[in-house]
Design a protein around this ligand. Structure first.
Ligand code: UT7
Length: 332
């Protein structure tokens, strides 16, 4: 066994928050030239939750974090590490993880954000696992949270129908090898960085220049059809890679929890890796694509639906802007 693999991390608690406000496909029929039939057939999405004026990334993340601590029965002072995965932070400086630290009471935690778009949660889990395996942290919190609606161009029918907001936190604790996170495979290919992007709002096109707003640069752009094809290939390959790394066959998987971007992508990947529909968890019809919150939201929904029992083998796989992609095997 490679050094650092004798100890791993397991999920000790989960906390979820979805904003109350819901946008249905009928709402989009009134906003852009689209139809419920097109959206359902091409994506599988029917509803998504979006933040109201009083909410922000930080308010969602604090609520989710507090619920995860309560679910785990862990005191906030015990948390050594807080990683917040998001593509839509509260503000550029400081990190949202630092902003929420006092409200969560995790005053002993080192706090930082991680940017890997829709793969952010699995990237952050793997970073936290390594902190725990190295003995640098005993208890960690990882939050996947997004307020994508704040950067969605509601005049662009090709993207606006896709995204939703939400936040999910998990508390991670040390576990012996063979429990919790078993294996990870993760990749980045920046040569496709323009496939999913938000060009404005940063150093190249700063948000304090009116022309950048007029040109709609601080909004999410996606080359959807090309992204779709790469997503199917990458999610298939990385799922097979992680199983191979763990020396396991696909028949050992109890539940496949893929990134919830498009039902057609999920179906294509499940078929390619040889998983029957009853082992594939899908909740995108109710939440849309919530990027870094997508996989933990699906894990939480699966757990609440009684589909995730202690000891089950979960295969989670994510894909998103970067391009980034990752797969993880978790003994729940
Ligand atoms: O989370 C990160 C990873 N993201 C993904 O993996 C998303 C990957 N991409 C997708 O899910 C799909 O590409 C979309 C759902 C975004 C688009 O579906 P598509 O089947 O790839 O459609 P398309 O972009 O090829 O467009 C087909 C047609 C176009 O019309 P024409 O040119 O054929 O006349 C679009 O203008 O569909 C049109 N279209 C729409 N029509 C009605 C695009 N959006 C809409 C819409 N309603 N909302």
């Amino acid at each position: 066994m490679p050094e650092g693999r004798q100890v791993t991390a397991r999920v000790a608690g989960l906390g979820v928050v979805l904003p109350e406000r819901v946008l249905t496909n009928a709402d989009f029929e009134r906003m852009v030239d689209t139809s419920d039939a097109w959206i359902v057939a091409r994506t599988g999405i029917r509803e998504r939750h979006v933040v109201g004026t009083e909410e922000s990334l930080a308010t969602l993340a604090v609520t989710a974090g507090g619920r995860a601590l309560a679910d785990a029965g862990v005191e906030p002072e015990a948390v050594d590490l807080l990683i917040l995965a998001t593509a839509t932070p509260e503000q550029p400086i400081p990190a949202t993880a630092a902003i929420i630290q006092p409200q969560l009471g995790v005053r002993n935690a080192v706090c930082f954000d991680l940017s890997a778009a829709c793969s952010g949660f699995l990237y952050a889990l793997n970073v936290a696992r390594q902190f725990i395996a190295a003995g640098e942290a005993a208890t960690a919190m990882v939050i996947g949270a997004e307020t994508l609606s704040r950067y969605t161009d509601y005049t662009d029918r090709a993207t606006c129908i896709l995204f939703g907001d939400g936040a999910v936190a998990v508390v991670l604790q040390r576990a012996p090898a063979g429990e919790g996170i078993l294996e990870t495979a993760w990749h980045t290919d920046g040569s496709y960085s323009d496939f999913i992007s938000m060009p404005g709002g940063g150093s190249k096109y700063p948000p304090n220049v009116k022309r950048h707003i007029d040109e709609r640069l601080p909004f999410i752009k996606m080359r959807g059809n090309e992204t779709f094809k790469v997503a199917v290939r990458a999610l298939t390959d990385v799922s097979q890679e992680v199983l191979e790394k763990a020396g396991m066959g696909v028949e050992a998987v109890d539940l496949f929890v893929p990134h919830q971007a498009n039902k057609r992508i999920i179906d294509a990947v499940a078929e390619r890796i040889g998983l029957p529909p009853e082992k594939v968890f899908v909740n995108l019809e109710r939440v849309g694509n919530t990027s870094a919150a997508s996989i933990p939201l699906a894990l939480a929904d699966a757990r609440n639906a009684g589909l995730l029992r202690r000891g089950d083998l979960v295969l989670a796989a994510a894909f998103g802007g970067g391009l980034t992609w990752a797969a993880m095997l978790i003994r729940w």
